[in-house]
Design a protein around this ligand. Structure first.
Ligand code: ATP
Ligand code: MG
Length: 592
């Protein structure tokens, strides 16, 4: 390839640069994966990545980082002559922990995030279990070439003889079985002639290697278990390290990107592929593994096992509880795919482990929704306001823009009247210093004056208390010439500006207010038990009122409730006639 065409293949946008792009650019410049063909002779993109979740749980925000990274790289390079695509692969080699329910939810989550596995009209959806036949065949080839052996030690003995960081391992007494004997034993393993745990297939590498991963790793074990896709066809199952690199090579993956905890496994990844290449199973160029730092997000946990525990112990309302960091959870909370992609872009990719503050995720949602979410009014803690000088039977049309920057979206309409709901927080009997909203007249001084947004200016004249001293009604007079949008309205200068809903047209709504699920920013770090830090106030359900214009919205529609934050009509519980909204995020970061 000429220098010129090599250059044209590389992405050189500095603002998008990360170490993976540099690696890919370097490979492209050297022509490593260019001009490849698949088995049918069709030309292959020079960049093939994959997202390989194990279907043993729901995807979470950490996976979103990996999805955005793998699919994002493929998309970007696909816009260049190099071409790029990202495979969706279910790494379903463990028959006992996996479930179709998880497969469906994983595919759904990736699509919802805005990605798919279609490239030039072909679906690239793969299952590691579809490779069981190849994996078995390749294991036999390794055996025949003296590179693998059947070990009849117990699991306990294998563990003991593996050694540790300071001492080398001890060779298995079965390590020098002949290729023929190994082959026969392996075939008997497959035929179901042995019980679980009695034999394993191991690679013959080196029991004295400093890297323990390389001390004759186990690549097959016996499991008489039903698999959700292959049924009872197999009673031996390949392990991750063996399956993963071979799946990558079978799919012509070029850059196999995973999280840092697999760094020690990289020599094994290379060993397996290079030895299979030596045995003429694969020809080059082989895929390469690269590691990046996983996402750690404050006030949350991203371990599938721990998330499962939260669900099973009913500490949350299921996988899609809006407090969960699962994709289904944050979707239900009101996050948009765009906001998640923006978040992933902002946090970038590096090789150094770090914690990302939850506020970064929340800000990404605000930044996305500010421009897109229509405005509306909701009164969360209703207190009745009576306009004493406003006739009982009278009402007057008021309006407000659906979005302050999108006049073309039109207006929402509602009526001013004598009885209105206001927020109880907008009234104080004894106003604290700097409180510019409603308070009663006192010692000859007038009561508080405010503008009722998109309505009139009012002045507080008093209140009614119940027998316990609680405020049950607030009274005010209005100024008829102060209506918003009329010429005289500017004559009234007021410091407070509060929202309201006419009692006669307020629509009841259930509103769920969510806070962080944990009280500790790193609930599972070190010796901590995350269950000790569950925030008891993380979910509060209230009955509130919303303005009439949004009573006929749809599930998953998002709004900014003015002065409160961003809310979403609940994906499942919102019904015409029963409005349910979740608070996605407040207007400001209240956690700093
Ligand atoms: P398990 O413990 O079940 O293996 P896992 O979180 O590694 O859990 P996988 O299904 O194996 O789950 O993950 C699929 C892909 O997502 C992997 O490539 C993994 O590296 C990546 N991934 C998982 N968690 C994170 C995270 N917190 N940040 C970034 N990537 C992640
Ligand atoms: Mg994993």
């Amino acid at each position: 390839m000429s220098n010129e065409s090599a250059k044209a293949q590389t992405s050189s946008l500095p603002e998008n640069s990360n170490f993976l792009r540099q690696i890919i650019d370097h490979d492209l410049a050297k022509g490593v994966y260019v001009n490849r063909q698949d088995n049918e002779g069709k030309s292959l993109p020079a960049v093939i990545t994959r997202f390989p979740p194990e279907p043993n749980g729901y995807l979470h925000i950490g996976h979103a980082k990996s999805i955005c990274l793998n699919y994002g790289l493929a998309q970007d390079y696909d816009a260049l002559p190099s071409g790029g695509r990202c495979h969706m692969r279910l790494d379903d080699t463990n028959p006992t922990k996996e479930d179709v329910e998880y497969v469906d939810s994983i595919l759904d989550a990736v699509r919802w995030l805005g990605f798919d596995w279609n490239h030039q009209g072909k679906e690239h959806l793969y299952y590691a279990s579809d490779y069981f036949g190849f994996l078995y065949e390749f294991a036999e080839i390794l055996i025949k070439n003296g590179k693998a052996y059947v070990d009849s030690q117990s699991a306990e003995e294998i563990h003991q003889n593996r050694g540790n960081f300071s001492s080398p391992g001890i060779n298995s007494p079965y390590r020098n079985r002949s290729a023929q004997e190994n082959l026969e034993l392996f075939q008997k393993m497959r035929a179901g002639e042995f019980a679980d745990g009695t034999q394993v297939l191991r690679l013959k590498i080196d029991m004295a290697q400093p890297n323990i991963v390389m001390r004759d790793p186990v690549i097959y074990r016996i499991r008489h278990a039903h698999h959700h896709r292959t049924g009872d066809q197999w009673c031996i199952y390949p392990l991750y390290d063996f399956t993963h690199c071979i799946s990558d090579a079978l799919e012509n993956v070029s850059h196999s990107i995973c999280t840092l905890e697999f760094e020690n496994n990289r020599p094994l990844y290379d060993w397996i592929l290079e030895n299979l290449k030596e045995c003429a199973v694969f020809k080059g160029p082989l895929p390469r593994q690269y590691e990046f730092a996983r996402l750690n997000l404050t006030y949350t946990i991203t371990s599938k096992r721990k998330l499962l525990q939260l669900v099973e112990e009913k500490r949350v309302d299921g996988w899609d509880d809006p407090r969960m960091p699962t994709i289904v959870g944050i979707r239900r909370r009101g996050y948009t795919p765009e906001s998640i992609r923006l978040f992933c872009e902002r946090i970038g990719v590096s090789k150094a482990d770090s914690w990302i503050d939850m506020s970064v995720l929340e800000q990404a949602l605000r930044d996305d929704l500010d421009a897109r979410a229509p405005r509306a009014t909701a009164v969360l803690k209703p207190l009745k306001l009576v306009i004493q000088n406003y006739p009982e039977e009278k009402k007057e049309l008021c309006s407000a823009p659906k979005h302050p920057h999108h006049p073309e979206w039109g207006k929402r309409e509602f009526h001013f009247g004598r009885e209105l709901w206001i927020e109880s927080d907008d009234f104080q009997v004894n106003p604290e210093k700097g409180f510019f909203r409603l308070y009663p007249p006192k010692d000859g001084a007038p009561g508080g004056r405010v503008r009722l947004r998109h309505g009139f200016v009012i002045e507080c004249t008093g209140m009614k208390l119940d027998s316990t001293g609680k405020v049950v009604e607030v009274y005010a007079n209005y100024f008829p010439d102060s209506k918003s949008g009329t010429p005289d309205s500017n004559n009234y200068k007021v410091k407070g500006n509060i929202h309201w809903i006419n009692v006669s047209e307020a629509v009841p709504a259930q509103i769920r207010l969510y806070e962080h699920l944990f009280t500790d920013p790193q609930p599972d770090s070190g010796e901590k038990n995350y269950l000790d830090f569950i925030n008891p106030a993380s979910k509060q359900v209230i009955e509130a009122f919303v303005e009439p214009s949004i009573s006929s919205t749809q599930a998953e529609d998002r709004f900014q409730f003015e002065r409160h934050g961003y809310f979403v009509a609940d994906r499942y519980d919102y019904k015409p006639g029963r409005l349910v909204f979740n608070r996605s995020v407040g207007l400001k970061d209240s956690w700093k």
